[in-house]
Design a protein around this ligand. Structure first.
Ligand code: ADP
Length: 476
């Protein structure tokens, strides 16, 4: 059987931290990449949303500026109106050119996204400054007065930013900070010049400005929050999509591995039966029996594989039912050792087990625990050399029972934990591998032990042997 590494954790991470296992390194690297990818995607979306909104509002802004220049030219000063209008048109030109460039941008690069965000910030500072200069000049021309027009203009500009610039909080903050500065400075300037009593309308004007400012800021926060929530939901959807995609890939990989594993023994059975059907061995019963033995071995392997697959499916879908009962652990181990006896004999292995002097009772599912112990014992036998001994020990201490299965066989190379407990993975996956098996046994054993509030682990030295240990709570 050709074992195919199935778990993605068997891939190499390539990160330099040698204290981490490759699986952990890979997981960390994937998490970092995901974070980076999410950060880049999020900023790119923010930049694109800002630009799309900005371009869509182009004619609205032009209408507002047109109205402002008419009012300013008619009621205040034509030269100031034209100068400020030209200044604004320059900032519009800069901003629109930049937005069109960003629209052509292919995306997918965090550094580029940051650069565009900064350029948009610079552009926003320019247009905000132009509006502030305009409002400031009108207020200055008015002298000490109610400043209805410039203050209302600034209020409208602040509200416009709150509603339309929430995609990039940095830009929104800068705009609001600049408008707030001029908004407060206009009434404050009059107060500082005139030093009126508190009953004066100039003070009332300042207080009204503070009140309105609070409203604009509140509005910005609401829009900002709504937009952020939308972005978070989008991120969640993106993660969910990636998760589903990964699960789908794992599933299809699993199906192809399973098909392969099922086909191998079936091909062998088919071949054996085909050979016998030709009648070529009708007069050679010894050869015919050999061929039948091959077919039988493969059908045993096939049914073991199907049983393991059914167990795995039940475990993964949470449908494995356990029938917990009080179990005499040393007696159960003796039973397992006895039942594996003839298998061990064919390998020329002796299994040594001395039951402990005291009883050890646990709560467990007898059949499932039998399955785990069978797996450990058959592995110990399979991976030992002819004539070697397998020792089984059981002990209890501190409310926990512990079973050890020790062999002196080929051992397991370091860093093979993923393969040992993985699905369809075997440490020696080469075609020269001399031991049969599905590569599912220990993966299933691990799940069964978890269901028993226990654990399974091993220590091993290559060429010297392996000790598998299972551990679970004893019955009080
Ligand atoms: P299999 O059906 O292949 O034995 P398991 O899940 O039981 O599947 O074991 C997975 C792999 O772990 C084995 O193929 C083998 O490479 C390694 N392994 C398990 N037990 C031992 C052991 N006692 N000595 C050496 N290698 C072992």
């Amino acid at each position: 059987m050709t074992a195919t590494p199935f778990t993605p954790a068997s891939a190499s991470a390539g990160a330099p931290d040698r204290r981490l296992t490759p699986a952990l390194r890979l997981r960390r690297r994937m998490r970092d990449l995901l974070r980076l990818e999410t950060g880049a995607a999020r900023l790119e979306k923010q930049v694109r949303d800002y630009v799309t909104g900005g371009l869509a509002l182009f004619w609205k802004r032009q209408t507002i500026y047109g109205g402002a220049v008419l009012l300013c030219g008619f009621y205040y000063d034509v030269r100031v109106a034209i100068l400020c209008y030209l200044l604004l048109q320059y900032t519009e030109f800069f901003d629109t050119t930049l937005c069109l460039r960003i629209m052509r941008w292919k995306g997918g690069n965090l550094r580029e996204a940051r650069r565009y965000r900064n350029l948009l910030l610079f552009s926003a500072v320019q247009s905000t400054a132009a509006i502030c200069v305009w409002a400031g000049l009108v207020a200055w021309m008015e002298g000490v007065s109610s400043h209805f027009m410039p203050l209302f203009f600034l209020f409208a500009a602040g509200l416009f930013a709150a509603v339309n610039n929430h995609q990039l909080p940095q830009i929104l903050m800068v705009r609001l900070a600049m408008y707030t500065g001029v908004f407060l400075w206009i009434p404050l300037y009059d107060i500082l010049n005139v030093r009126p009593p508190l009953e004066s309308f100039l003070w009332l004007q300042l207080f009204t400005v503070v009140f309105v400012l609070f409203f604009v800021i509140e509005c910005s926060v609401i829009f900002l929050r709504l937009y952020r929530r939308g972005l978070d939901q989008l991120d969640e959807l993106r993660h969910e999509r990636d998760r589903v995609q990964a699960a789908y890939e794992v599933k299809s990989q699993f199906v192809s591995v399973v098909s392969h594993e099922l086909r191998t023994p079936l091909t062998s059975i088919n071949g054996a039966l085909g050979l016998l059907r030709t009648g070529a061995y009708d007069n050679d019963p010894v050869k015919a029996r050999n061929i039948l033995e091959i077919a039988q071995k493969n059908s045993v392997r096939l049914s073991a594989l199907i049983n393991d697959l059914l167990d795995l499916q039940k475990l993964e879908s949470g449908q494995m039912s356990y029938d917990f009962d009080e179990i005499d652990l040393p007696a159960l181990i003796a039973e397992c050792v006895e039942s594996i006896g003839s298998f061990a004999q064919t390998y020329g292995i002796e299994i040594a087990y001395t039951p402990p002097p005291a009883d050890i009772f646990i709560r467990a599912d007898r059949d499932r625990l039998h399955q785990v112990l069978d797996n450990l014992l058959s592995n110990a036998v399979k991976f030992s050399r002819r004539g070697e001994r397998v020792e089984v020990r059981v002990s209890a201490a501190g409310g926990r029972a512990r079973v050890e299965v020790q062999d002196h066989g080929i051992g397991i190379p370091p860093d093979s934990r993923e393969k040992v407990f993985g699905k369809f993975t075997q440490v020696d996956s080469s075609d020269r591998r001399s031991h049969g098996g599905t590569g599912l046994g220990l993966c299933i054993a691990q799940e069964i032990m978890t269901a028993h509030r226990g654990s399974i682990d091993y220590t091993s030295k290559l060429g010297e042997g392996t000790t598998f240990t299972i551990d679970f709570p004893t019955k009080d």
